[in-house]
Design a protein around this ligand. Structure first.
Ligand SMILES: [Fe+2]
Ligand SMILES: [Fe+2]
Length: 328
């Protein structure tokens, strides 16, 4: 029964990882990191001399780690892996590119019609040249707009004021003949995302997975010795200063296991080599972020310190990072 139970948990973990091609292996790697860090806590005779995770607590941590992203089972894949501002089930930039091609064709058509209408007038050569120049100018504007939209859509940088001005100007426009707006409301909203690729609504959907993880795991009749699994797993995005989610727990209410899981989750996510929406950080960059987060009271300072000083990060890097990421 125990073997069946363990296998069932792994089956769920693998399904979550497989659901998105972008997070393959995340759960396994986070679990591995958790066990490595917790092992060092148990060995430590300095800061952690009074903390010893029992065998059952180690089991709780391991299973909580395997199940921590279970809530993602209902999170739409296209939101989890959204790699550009306009991406939905597909990247809408191609839709906009087609629309711009239509606007350009429309300019050429209007110019041709104007030229046709003056065919039998005297002095038409000059007028035709004027029409052509006007048309060329409009097409150039459209091409510049398209280049700006394409850049904004896939740019990893935060949106600057200049880009926002460009977007607002484009958003004011609509095609004169078809009355088709240049951008839909939703496209405009997505292009205006200041940082990253998610709107606040999408961010909420993603963040909902931690709450759902706890809700799903609470449905299972855990034996008493494993009863903390739902709360540990559900707390993996909580921060010690109370700024995390979903419950805004503070340091008194986040136990050692949940603290370890939070650190492992962040570390893995920052340097994972298989996320297409962002470049993996190097080991030194990842460690720098962890240090900063612990300075800012977001994650446990002592565990981060132990994590680095005990060399867990190097062990892990040797197994899971590209050689050129290991810059320490
Ligand atoms: Fe998560
Ligand atoms: Fe995670």
């Amino acid at each position: 029964m125990k073997a069946l139970f363990e296998a069932f948990i792994k089956a769920i973990a693998v399904s979550i990882d497989e659901k998105s091609k972008h997070t393959g292996g995340h759960i396994q790697r986070v679990t591995e990191l958790c066990m490595m860090i917790a092992g060092k806590i148990n060995e430590d005779t300095t800061v952690f001399r009074d903390i010893h995770l029992s065998e059952d607590q180690m089991d709780e941590l391991r299973i909580a780690a395997l199940m921590h992203d279970t809530g993602k089972i209902t999170t739409p894949d296209h939101i989890i892996g959204k790699s550009s501002r306009l991406e939905t089930v597909f990247d809408r930039i191609e839709l906009i590119r087609m629309r711009w091609e239509y606007f350009k064709a429309n300019q050429k058509l209007m110019a041709a019609q104007k030229k046709l209408s003056i065919l039998d007038q005297t002095g038409k050569q000059e007028e035709m040249a004027r029409i052509d120049a006007l048309c060329a100018r409009e097409i150039e504007i459209l091409e510049n707009e398209m280049a700006a939209l394409s850049h904004i859509n896939s740019s990893r940088e935060a949106l600057d004021q200049e880009s926002i001005d460009v977007l607002e100007a484009i958003n004011e426009k609509s095609c004169k003949t078809s009355k088709l707006p240049y951008l839909t409301e939703d496209e405009f909203e997505n292009l205006c995302i200041i940082k990253g690729t998610l709107t606040s609504k999408e961010r909420e959907i993603i963040n909902g997975h931690a709450r759902l993880t706890e809700k799903i795991l609470n449905k299972l009749p855990w034996p008493k010795k494993l009863s903390n699994i739902p709360s540990i797993a559900g707390a993996h995005h909580e921060k010690l200063d109370g700024s995390g989610y979903p419950l805004h727990l503070d340091r008194e209410n986040i136990n050692t296991q949940a603290r370890v899981l939070a650190i492992a989750d962040i570390f893995e996510a920052l340097c994972a080599v298989d996320r297409p929406y962002k470049k993996p950080m190097t080991l030194s960059e990842t460690i720098k972020v962890l240090r900063q987060m612990s300075e800012n009271q977001l994650i446990d300072k002592d565990i981060v310190k132990l994590f680095i000083e005990s060399g867990v990060h190097m062990d892990y890097a040797g197994r899971h990072l590209f050689p050129d990421q290991i810059d320490l």
